[in-house]
Design a binder for this molecule. Structure first.
Ligand SMILES: Cc1cc2nc3c(=O)[nH]c(=O)nc-3n(C[C@H](O)[C@H](O)[C@H](O)COP(=O)(O)O)c2cc1C
Length: 171
């Protein structure tokens, strides 16, 4: 089923580039920077794909280091009951291999608290990190982890595979 009210939200440079690749693969609306978005407007969409880099290495809170950190509490208070939401993250699995894409899980958790139906868990096979807070109890990443610094040759196929999965999970 076409998903005409998808909304992509990003926060910074590589993350923005990827948002357009995901938009193209999903065939839907224009991504927006979270720092410019009216948060309550997120409630009006059929589904959301949200992306963030990790800059605040080894932080428990405010892991992204971007505008996401300022809105996490407010996101938990939104009414997103049953809405499909998928998270992707940008990180460096070599330079910051113990903390790879840590911010993804924090964002995932806040959207889940808002009642969203979190989709897009992704296998950790074929990654070279040694640690990540974004690996869930099921052994998968809570969303799509991308490393354009070291593994950009894999980005396109990863996005393709993930988007196909999202389409089978409610998008
Ligand atoms: C100061 C600094 C700290 C970083 N810390 C982490 C980290 O803890 N974990 C990680 O996976 N990547 C880390 N990175 C890598 C970035 O997340 C990565 O370069 C990403 O592609 C940046 O995306 P952006 O251009 O959208 O900000 C760090 C990068 C910098 C410059």
């Amino acid at each position: 089923m076409p998903f005409d009210s998808y909304y992509g939200v990003f926060a910074s440079r590589h993350t923005e580039e990827v948002s357009y690749q995901i938009q193209e693969a999903l065939g839907t609306a224009e991504p927006q920077d979270i720092s410019e978005a009216e948060l309550s407007s997120l409630e009006g969409f059929d589904g959301l794909v949200v992306g963030a880099p990790t800059w605040n290495t080894d932080s428990d809170e405010q892991r992204s280091g971007t505008a996401w950190d300022d809105v996490l509490t407010d996101i938990s208070g939104l009414s997103l009951s049953g809405k499909p939401v998928a998270v992707y993250g940008l990180g460096d699995s070599v330079g910051y291999g113990d903390y790879y894409c840590d911010a993804m899980e924090e964002i995932y958790r806040h959207f889940k608290e808002a009642g969203a139906n979190m989709v897009g868990h992704w296998p950790t096979d074929d990654y070279q990190h040694s640690g990540s807070k974004s690996v869930l109890d099921d052994g998968k990443f809570c969303g799509l982890a991308l490393d354009v610094e070291n593994e950009d040759d894999k980005t396109e196929d990863r996005i393709k595979g993930w988007v196909a999965q999202l389409k089978s999970e409610g998008f």
